[in-house]
Design a protein around this ligand. Structure first.
Ligand code: AMP
Ligand code: GLY
Length: 416
């Protein structure tokens, strides 16, 4: 089987690795990939720059399964076009990818199907947004894809004004509305399921750590680490999430006639009033994928191929019951900026963990150096949370580069 993963970050490195390790030993390609990914995956021949040429190149290569990693390709019709060309594709068609690409679409979907979520209002301009803010803190969200930068939690009016200026005056994210959302409190959890038409299977729950600093202090980032385990949430709570969120979402997709075959990610806040959905994504999470996928055994490639054709066959994969902890190392200046060109040392010394690259490039000497904000993730397993943590931190210590930033409380914060 020939499988291609579309994307280039740490999540795609983890997806490619899990597919390579599938029992059926598929030939795995990646586009556009990265130097680290293309050490384990094949490059797709043929020049490609947009969805049409990518699909043409996949057809020419005889690709049997396309796995969408990055949302932007799905929102731009990757699944529609690849499927039309006869390639089973994992990841929803553009219409259904609106669940991620438009926060308003997602909110209306949740309200329509009685899926628990925070109250909200839609604003066309800054004055409408300001009128909709009743108290602080409040949450403002740009209604479109903004690479994780379109959400701010405002503690005071000046912060709201600054964000509204960026959206409506500077048009930092292009044209679009803003959602004003009720501020919710509690620990977060990410529940990701494979969804094919009306059926689904929930993967190991995970939590990502979005703030730059320990104790959830500092700026929001793309994710500074993650923890995954079946034991992350109580069975009763997981059952409630399954019923009220995942089952309800999958049923809602069917009722609305929204074709969905792909990962459905529900970002949840576990509030005192029960779990509430913060967002949907129509792909695996990053860095959740780096934590969860090493726990998946069996034949992920065949599983996703069948699922892309409409059938979820749970017998094809298994989930390791251990804990997995993913530590992200970011470059100097992140998340405001990033620094390139810092050589990464110690990668060969890592023996008891996996390393997934997000922002690296090979230099002329063949050594990896930083090339982005989040540079790489070190992921270790353990039979319990503490042993996974100890191992992850011990292995991550072996990897160094100038200006590296990481958190010391991944897998411990939010646990009693
Ligand atoms: P989103 O992209 O919608 O998931 O938002 C990014 C992050 O902002 C979430 O993971 C939360 O940490 C935070 N966030 C989003 N919505 C809310 C909310 N209604 N209340 C509190 N925090 C939120
Ligand atoms: N970890 C959050 C996301 O992938 O959107």
């Amino acid at each position: 089987m020939k499988v291609i993963v579309v994307g280039k970050g740490g999540r795609e490195h983890a997806l490619v690795t899990a597919l390579v390790e599938s029992d059926c030993a598929p030939e795995v390609y990646c586009y556009p990939g990265s130097d680290a990914i293309l050490d384990v995956a094949r490059e797709l021949p043929g020049v490609v720059s947009d969805v049409d040429s990518l699909v043409a190149a996949m057809v020419a290569e005889g690709i049997d399964l396309c796995v969408g990693g990055e949302e932007v390709w799905l929102a731009n019709g990757l699944a529609d076009k690849a499927r039309a060309a006869g390639i089973p594709t994992w990841g929803p068609v553009a219409q259904s990818a609106q669940l991620e690409a438009s926060k308003q679409f997602a909110k209306e979907f949740m309200i329509r199907h009685d899926i628990p979520t925070g109250a909200y209002a839609v604003a066309e301009n800054a004055s409408e947004a300001k009128a909709a803010i009743s108290s602080y803190p409040t949450v403002l969200k740009f209604d479109g894809l903004a690479a994780g930068k379109g959400v701010v939690i405002c503690n005071k009016e000046a912060e709201a004004d600054a964000f509204l200026g960026e959206v409506f005056e500077d048009r930092r994210f292009g044209e679009g509305r803003v959602l004003v959302e009720e501020y919710l409190e509690g620990p977060e959890v990410s529940v990701i399921a494979t969804v094919a038409d009306g059926s689904y299977q929930i993967f190991t729950p995970a939590r990502d750590y979005k703030r730059l600093g320990d104790g959830d202090e500092g700026l929001n980032t793309g994710g500074m680490g993650a923890v995954a385990s079946r034991e992350l949430i109580e069975p009763e709570l997981l059952a409630a999430i399954e019923e009220r969120v995942m089952r309800a979402s999958v049923d809602g997709l069917v009722k609305d006639g929204l074709d969905f075959r792909g990962f459905l990610y529900a970002g949840l806040m576990l509030t005192n009033d029960g779990p509430k959905v913060l967002e949907y994504n129509c792909r695996f999470g990053d860095p959740e994928a780096q934590a969860v996928l090493p726990l998946v055994g069996g034949d992920l490639a065949t599983y996703l191929k069948k699922a892309a054709e409409g059938e979820i066959d749970e017998s094809l994969i298994s989930f390791d019951q251990s804990w997995s902890i993913c530590l992200v190392m970011a470059s100097a200046g992140y998340p405001t900026s990033s620094r390139s060109g810092d050589v990464v040392s110690g990668l060969d010394d890592v023996s008891d963990a996996r390393v997934y690259h997000a922002g690296t490039v090979k230099n002329r000497d063949g050594k990896f150096e930083t090339n982005g904000g989040r540079v790489l993730a070190v992921v270790a397993r353990g039979s319990d949370r503490e042993s996974a943590r100890t191992r992850a931190y011990a292995e991550a210590q072996k990897v160094t580069f100038d200006g590296a930033q990481s958190r010391s409380d991944i897998g411990s914060m939010h646990f009693n």
